[in-house]
Design a protein around this ligand. Structure first.
Ligand SMILES: [Zn+2]
Ligand SMILES: [Zn+2]
Length: 128
């Protein structure tokens, strides 16, 4: 077991999980997550923005962004709630990476795979 400094309160604690928080802050963090999740699930709050969400729940934008990045908070049903894509910075409600970048990355990957296949074909041809 390692000692770690809690990212929320700065106290030293014995690290038992992968969480950056001490057990008491972990509990607070989880309650915050539930608050945010329950709020955006309400049909009347479907059009909430990140600013409105911060105001209504008291949870910081940084934490909300983290819930989304961790894949815990799904905001697909909340079109007005968008956070910056980690790749291009454009607002997205797809999660960590916007749909366009996901597309781009797929394309880049297939181009890479294609060029690798081509290279091996060339190599095979030269061996003939
Ligand atoms: Zn703590
Ligand atoms: Zn993007």
């Amino acid at each position: 077991m390692d000692a770690a400094t809690c990212h929320m309160c700065g106290r030293l604690f014995m690290k038992q999980t992968r969480s950056p928080y001490c057990p008491s802050c972990n509990e607070v963090d989880y309650q915050n997550f539930l608050k945010v999740r329950d709020f955006i699930r309400e049909p009347v709050n479907k059009q909430t923005t990140i600013g409105g969400l911060v105001e209504a729940t008291g949870v910081s934008e940084l934490d909300i962004t983290r819930y989304i990045h961790e894949g815990r908070l799904i905001i697909k049903d909340n079109p007005a709630l968008a956070i910056g894509c980690v790749r291009c910075g454009q607002p997205t409600n797809e999660g960590k990476i916007c749909a366009r970048c996901q597309d781009d990355m797929h394309k880049e990957l297939s181009i890479l795979q294609e060029s690798m296949t081509k290279q091996s074909t060339v190599r095979a041809y030269r061996l003939d």
